[in-house]
Design a protein around this ligand. Structure first.
Ligand SMILES: [Mn+2]
Length: 246
């Protein structure tokens, strides 16, 4: 059985030049592993800290990342991209130009006979009206086409501002978000059968068996803290691993 690889919350484009260089190097490293294993890649949101699609322009900043995806596509690697609250609108570019399948919201997938629920993890709190309004605004086709008609540097500056609005600010926020995601997975396990609930968003890496003692909650963590975690599913076993030197 081929291996399935999972990553989330790389937030490419968020940090200083040095950190960004390391992240893209790690991404290349992972792409190499996925390719050599003949595996599949699941990108579970907030891979890019912002994204904007234009009719004639591709944001130059992400050239390194996009060329890795192109490389994977040429090698026949299946790539799945789940939108997060930063890369909240992926447009047609990824699907049409790179053969990457894109998703919005929670998805149920069958991988090698196991049932996966995959979501970035944002927007699950239905009482968060501010967030729901934000998504309505930013994923609105009219607003997006207005933005994409602007001069690209200006449009991207606005997009990065949206992205900042979408960011949590303190460690407490992330902990609270993590607790919420775990509780959400617990409640979901009471409603439907699944083997793995895979998410990101809260930046707190975790793998935990739920109280039904069969389903697992997996949070993929983030790449913005100098660690480079990823998930691997192979032969019915899910494990969290880390990219490093060598
Ligand atoms: Mn997020």
């Amino acid at each position: 059985m081929p291996k399935s690889f999972f990553i989330s919350d790389l937030h490419l484009g968020l940090q200083g030049a040095e950190e960004e260089q390391v992240k893209i190097k790690r991404f290349e490293q992972l792409a190499e592993i996925v390719k050599n294993e003949g595996g599949m890649l699941y990108m579970v949101g907030d891979i890019l800290d912002y994204w904007m699609e234009f009719r004639h322009v591709v944001p130059k900043y992400f050239d390194g990342f996009l060329s890795q995806l192109r490389h994977l596509a040429r090698r026949g690697v299946e790539v799945h991209y789940f939108a997060g609250n930063h890369d909240f609108y992926l447009g047609d570019f990824f699907r049409q130009q790179l053969g990457v399948e894109t998703y919005y919201g929670m998805q149920e997938l069958d991988i090698d006979g196991k049932r996966f629920v995959v979501t970035h993890g944002d927007g699950l709190d239905k009482s968060d009206i501010g967030y729901r309004l934000f998504v309505k605004l930013v994923r609105n086709r009219c607003n997006l086409s207005l933005l994409s008609a602007l001069q690209p540097d200006l449009a991207i500056a606005i997009m990065r501002r949206f992205s900042r609005m979408s960011r949590k600010h303190g460690a407490q926020d992330y902990q609270a978000e993590s607790g919420f995601l775990l509780q959400y997975a617990e409640a979901l396990a009471g409603e439907k059968d699944f083997d793995y609930f895979v998410c990101g968003h809260s930046h707190v890496q975790e793998q935990q068996t739920l109280s039904d003692s069969r389903s697992q909650y997996i949070n993929l963590g983030t790449w913005i803290n100098g660690r480079y975690p990823y998930g691997v599913f192979h032969d019915g076993v899910f494990s969290l691993q880390e990219l490093g030197d060598g």
